[in-house]
Design a protein. Structure first.
Length: 573
């Protein structure tokens, strides 16, 4: 694995649009029909978001339709839980399949008949070799494979055995159906690939009706053909599978099952390679199973269910896919591109609120203990139509520890001995004194404020100061748990070899985990946040964008997850 560049932002491109537009102009296609065909054996991740946005987006752009088809051909790994999660993720991203929701299992009877047709035409045979013998017989990239001793079995015998496979008369692994193509093909996928295997397992939709199941390379192209898919769009790892895709749909069409003039065509695009994450299902499962994360919806995971919980938005994902473009060659996208897309959308839609993440007590000496001054703050500085809110200013406030320095550094314009600072949306405050706690940190700062002499309301505009700090009332603040999430990995390519590594060294991707990927704090915030509902999003001024946790938030007890900081905090790292 090659370490990706530290920052990569490819120019947007989409060669698939050109293909579709040419097909429509030439009349080769009259309606664009795409599909998103995940396997229901896990949760969708960021890479799937690209495929979802691409397939559904192209259908939308050209007034076509996109099918949601679950490739449920492996009953030992599939579950209704994953089906529900996939459907929810697609809806969350803003796409609707309408009436076009299908399962490969819908076609089990048809797929079986296609297998029969291939046998009758001499294009498939039942093999009795073990899995190890079949594997060793395929040859290598430099050596051709060898024909199975059962390759030339009589058609009637193949039909009988295939029927017996369906009837459950043979144990798992004893027989398979293979295509008869070319054991000397330079493309390993064309060396008599397995089409069907025996698996006595309960299926989440068909129950125990079947004990033979088609492999993906058989079910996928033929399901496309059944549904009339015009453009079968997949990632580059399936490029070497395209000859088999075409062979299958063409041979089954020759048997009279499809219109040869309207067969689907496969096109490949580069998969999403994103820095600072792993998208391998095996590695993601390992993170969950070893307890590195709390589950698939842990907001540090690159799964869509986790992204939603973290506060990422569908609009941000759509912008990310459009901005990163669609390429024919693999490349790396820096994680900052995704974060910037989320910031761009959240900046537009997130109302502003105030929370103090590292609180320091500030006492206003010239306010009475029971005195409350109502200060008005805009809900969004660029959107006056969203109105204003009231923030109570009281004698005791909380400010950020970093907003006061006993010995200020050069260029520090916030509160300091002998200085003045503006309390945002409120008064100008002047330093009076401070005290140090047992831990050596400043424990309390005391100030006096400048009031408007006539009304006693904030008169900050009458005093010119350079520094502005945010605050919340100590007596009226709502205290809530805040989860400060950061990237799960501390390097761009987790598990990749580094310069200077010994040749024999094998690195574990978990060695690159970021020990500071989660920090839990309980902090004071303005009282209006007490009523935040699950998935309500806000910008906490100066701190970033936060969301009320979808799972753990309770009425009047929201828990906030940091979605993304206000700027790229890793740019200097």
């Amino acid at each position: 694995m090659t370490t990706p560049p530290s920052s990569t932002q490819p120019a947007p491109s989409n060669f698939l649009r050109h293909i579709i537009e040419d097909d429509l102009a030439a009349g080769r296609v009259t309606q664009v029909v795409t599909r998103f065909p995940p396997e229901p054996n896990g949760y969708l991740h960021f890479g799937h978001a690209k495929s979802i946005c691409l397939n559904f987006g192209l259908a939308e752009r050209y007034q076509g339709v996109c099918h949601l088809r679950l490739d449920d051909t492996n009953p030992t790994k599939e579950d209704q839980e994953y089906v529900d999660a996939i459907e929810s993720a697609v809806r969350w991203l803003g796409f609707n399949w309408g009436s076009h929701h299908y399962f490969a299992s819908d076609y089990f009877e048809k797929l079986y008949s296609f297998g029969v047709s291939l046998i009758q035409a001499g294009h498939a045979y039942v093999d009795e070799q073990s899995a190890d013998d079949i594997r060793s017989g395929r040859g290598t990239l430099t050596q051709p494979g060898r024909n199975s001793p059962f390759r030339d079995r009589a058609i009637d015998e193949n039909l009988r055995l295939f029927q017996e496979m369906r009837e459950g008369k043979h144990p798992d692994g004893s027989l398979v159906l293979r295509a008869k193509i070319d054991m000397a093909s330079p493309n390993m996928n064309m060396r008599d690939p397995v089409l069907y295997r025996i698996r006595h397992a309960h299926h989440h939709r068909t129950g125990d009706a079947w004990c033979i199941y088609p492999l993906y390379d058989f079910a996928h192209p033929l399901s496309d053909a059944i549904e009339g898919i015009s453009h079968s769009i997949c990632t580059l790892e399936f490029e070497d599978h395209r000859p088999l895709y075409n062979w299958l749909v063409e041979k089954v069409a020759e048997a009279g099952h499809f219109n040869k003039a309207k067969l689907p065509q496969q096109y490949e695009f580069a998969r999403l390679n994103l820095t600072y994450v792993v998208l391998s299902k095996r590695k993601l499962i390992e993170l969950v199973d070893t307890g590195v994360v709390t589950g698939w919806d842990d907001p540090r995971m690159p799964s869509l269910v986790a992204a939603r919980r973290r506060g990422y938005t569908p609009e941000g994902f759509r912008q990310f896919v459009e901005q990163s473009g669609v390429s024919k060659s693999d490349g790396w996208i820096d994680y900052t591109v995704l974060e910037d897309c989320m910031r761009n959308h959240l900046n537009e839609v997130a109302p502003r609120r105030v929370a103090v993440l590292d609180p320091l007590k500030l006492v206003i000496e010239n306010l009475e203990a029971d005195e409350v001054v109502d200060c008005e703050a805009p809900n969004h500085p660029q959107k006056p139509e969203l109105g204003r809110r009231t923030m109570p200013l009281t004698r005791e406030l909380y400010i950020e520890h970093e907003d006061f320095m006993v010995e200020p550094s050069k260029g520090f314009f916030r509160l300091q001995p002998g200085g003045r600072v503006r309390l945002k949306y409120g008064f100008v405050a002047e330093y009076v004194s401070h005290s140090i706690g047992e831990d050596g940190r400043v424990a309390e700062v005391r100030v006096s404020i400048f009031k408007d002499s006539q009304s006693g309301t904030p008169g900050a505009d009458n005093y010119k100061v350079k520094g502005v700090i945010h605050w919340v009332s100590a007596s009226q603040a709502h205290w809530a748990e805040v989860r400060l999430f950061d990237r799960l990995f501390k390097v761009a390519a987790p598990g990749a070899r580094r310069e200077g590594d010994a040749p024999e060294l094998e690195r574990d991707f978990k060695d690159d985990l970021n020990p500071n990927s989660l920090q839990l704090v309980r902090v004071p915030m303005e009282p209006s946040l007490k009523s935040a509902q699950a998935e309500d999003r806000f910008q906490f001024e100066r701190h970033g964008y936060f969301v009320a946790d979808l799972v753990d938030s309770q009425p009047d007890e929201p828990i906030f997850n940091r979605t993304v900081t206000l700027k790229d905090s890793w740019a200097k790292g």
